[in-house]
Design a protein around this ligand. Sequence first.
Ligand SMILES: Nc1ncnc2c1ncn2[C@@H]1O[C@H](COP(=O)(O)OP(=O)(O)OP(=O)(O)O)[C@@H](O)[C@H]1O
Ligand SMILES: [Mg+2]
Length: 397
Amino acid sequence: MHGIRVLKAFGRGQYALKNFASRAEDLRGTEIEKAKAIAGIWLWLLLVPDVTFALCLLAGVWLAAGGQLSVGQLVAFFATATVLRWPVESIGFLLSMTFDTRTAADRFFEVMDSPNTIVDPEHPKTVANARGRLVFDEVHFRYQDSPAQYADLLDGVNLELEPGETMALVGLTGSGKSTLTALTTRLYDVTGGAIRLDGVDIRDLRLKELRAHLSMAFEDATLFSASVRDNVLLGRPDATEEDLAEAIDIAQSGFVYELPDGLDTRVGEEGLSLSGGQRQRLALARAVAAKPEVLVLDDPLSALDVDTEALVEAALRRVLASTTGLIVAHRPSTVMLADRVALLEGGRITAVGRHHDLLLSSDHYRFVISSLEDEERRERNDASGPAELQLEERADA
Ligand SMILES: Nc1ncnc2c1ncn2[C@@H]1O[C@H](COP(=O)(O)OP(=O)(O)OP(=O)(O)O)[C@@H](O)[C@H]1O
Ligand SMILES: [Mg+2]
């Protein structure tokens, strides 16, 4: 069901259906065989005791008639046998269930017994007056399942964000930008080095405290099946109506007031479906509404059209003035929003500085920015209609 649009768009519906049908056929065969086997077992389970009872009854009546057995003894025999019958039968039943249960229990304990290393520290510290100074100190990271011969994905990242500063993070696709942002809120722990918030290693903070100081918007904006209000106030359920309105305003999400039930409209899987750009703006509103000292945004504006992006940027500039921001940027215009830019290359930050200075000093930076510009130009061309039209316009110009 998840891939149905892709299959339709590529005309592979019939192929997928055939594939599915043949597997369903296999499953049906297996299920029928299973049903037959169970039926066979139950036939014997029921037949053997019942036939035995019948034989015992015949023999008992015969013996009672001959005077070798009293009627009382016969009745006592059947009473005892009836009481014992079900417990004995159920032993077989229980044995077969034990096998099913064991498989399920093994899987359950495999999950439950896997240690969770991202937990509150034993001796938690706190950041008394959080100002939002975020420092990456020789940060190393590799995913657990990455092959041993690979170098660390993050191979000694050093970066300092001053309170109130906005830092854009750029790098080629797959360079580890999303990974680096995920480390700041401890979705993963660094495998070497440390990340510090106002001088305190984030592993020494309670998770709750860390996540109150630092909030995040992700690349893929996930909304829950809940009202717009609950979705936006996820990180700060006690926020006032003004805070909510402000967050919605900053993220240019005014469209929510037009929804059938306004802020109480259910969105997400069981509610109203929103467009990619609308979802992204709500995810941004959610991050902003939490009023953190540090705001980490993983490519928060990618699904927005250029005009809306400019509006969001203007509003973000207002909040980011008092908030430390780390923004993964996929568009040159997002880079402009930042005070400084950090370039991630080969697992390290190879250059930090103002956009214009980096353009002059770093070849790799020029290369990354020009590939972002190409991408943006393609997007704009796609958005603004047939290519001939543009050629004409350009000729006019
Ligand atoms: N959960 C994961 N487990 C294992 N490897 C992962 C995981 N997530 C990402 N990777 C790998 O880490 C590398 C960096 O991924 P990451 O998502 O951080 O890149 P990125 O810089 O954000 O790219 P993009 O610009 O496309 O968003 C990729 O090679 C990817 O295959
Ligand atoms: Mg990414």
